[in-house]
Ligand binder design. Sequence first.
Ligand SMILES: Cc1cc2nc3c(=O)[nH]c(=O)nc-3n(C[C@H](O)[C@H](O)[C@H](O)COP(=O)(O)OP(=O)(O)OC[C@H]3O[C@@H](n4cnc5c(N)ncnc54)[C@H](O)[C@@H]3O)c2cc1C
Length: 492
Amino acid sequence: MTAIEGPDPVLVVGGGFSGLMAATQLLRVLPPECSVLLYERAHPPGLGLAYGTPNPDHLLNLRAAQMSADPERPQDFADWLARTVFDAAERAGIRITPAGTFAARGLYGRYLSEHIARLEARAGARLRVVRETLCDLELRAGGLVAHAADGTRRAVSAAILAMGNLPGPVAAQSRHQRDPWDAGALTDLDPASDVLIVGTGLTMMDAVATLRSQGFAGRIVAVSRRGLVPKPHAPVAAGPRPCFDAATRASVRKLLAWGRAEIAAAHQAGTDWRSVIDALRPITDELWTGLPRAEQARFLRHLRPYWDVHRHRTAPPAADTIAQEIARGTLVLRAGRICAVADDAVGAVVTVQPRGGGDTQVFPVQAILDATGFSRFAETQDTLVRNLLARGLARPGPFGLGLDATPEGRLRGTDAPLWAIGPLLRGILWECIAVPDIRDASVGLAAAIAGHLAPARQDRLKTVCHPDRSGSGAGHPSFKSGTGGGVSYRSG
Ligand SMILES: Cc1cc2nc3c(=O)[nH]c(=O)nc-3n(C[C@H](O)[C@H](O)[C@H](O)COP(=O)(O)OP(=O)(O)OC[C@H]3O[C@@H](n4cnc5c(N)ncnc54)[C@H](O)[C@@H]3O)c2cc1C
């Protein structure tokens, strides 16, 4: 029998945590002749936006015990922390608190780097990491053609979009706006003049830590619609998983009433609201997908900010730092809407309409940091996403928060072999942005892709064994080096 030539690789776009998990699970379940091609444009593979920071005050917002990258070994990260030898600077990034151990995100990045090094060593030629931007995908018989920014085109059998949170529309409100993720852009600030952070969530907390580590000793003003800050974790265990009747499942108002009653009961029993919120954790996606669309919209309008600060909690040391800043008056939180930003030579004058009415507040700042999070899918200027939308290979999902896809991640509205994982599924799922969710989702995703590719492999096997059955002798156009169409393989 003739040896089977390897099929086109499976493409993973994005080498953050989602891309790393997708590649890991694909290599586990795909047959040995199948390979994985991973494109990452900016960060060391595995780290993405979140886990490359060297700042020891940028802490993980989940306990070490929840941050394993191995679905079969839930304590993998906690064990790694316990057995690894760290220098003094690294040890400063491990905070042991009554609520659990919280590590610096940079340490988690080191853990993921070791994971990918092992993966690459094991996979050999089956995994190719390419440091380049993937900017387009085109449908072709039996798969896709991937277009990279350097002009390379490659045939792939299927693709997983793992680009994380998409960049926003980039229309800076002010020429004094600076990037909160770019520590180097925050070194020259005047301590006598305020800095404005737009947003009061986890990104704001990071930005305050970055400003202080860069030596800024002046006042920081943070503004958001409600002025809510993430709550800290505490040593509270999750309550029992609740069971809802159909009427409660279909109504945000009824779910809220249940939550209020349970929280009151928790207080009576000497515990707190965290036990109630965490009891919902295993069924949050089930509840979200079961809500009628109008009820989902109601949740987004009225409850989301409250849910976010209670559900997406922060490490206690990070919360303490923010509380101390507020007590000292070096961080001022304002609840309201920014209605105007007027630039002048040295900064900007900001006008805020306070929440609940009252006189507008007008104040000068020297710099503005946008910590509002990330853009809606349809607003993004991301080239790959815009091309996929234009080609009809992708479409915005519910509320424009992410892509339209099945809960398992297969893109809807197209026959293309395209899947997504992680924050791109926001809206279809609710809990898809944190490590435990992405890690667990990658297992089902890889199995689905393996299932999709299996019949094609069987066809190829028959074709190789019985070349006369293939008709023209070419199941799909050849994309090997030097063939027509200008499409070539190139080693990463
Ligand atoms: C600051 C921050 C802190 C967080 N902390 C935690 C935490 O403590 N615990 C937790 O569970 N979750 C945390 N999260 C949530 C986080 O979303 C997930 O943990 C996870 O990191 C998401 O990974 P991702 O790969 O989907 O996205 P990203 O990390 O954003 O990675 C996407 C990658 O895709 C690349 N890319 C994008 N487009 C292209 C393209 N066209 N071509 C090639 N490459 C491309 C980008 O360069 C990037 O590296 C945090 C998120 C942020 C932003």
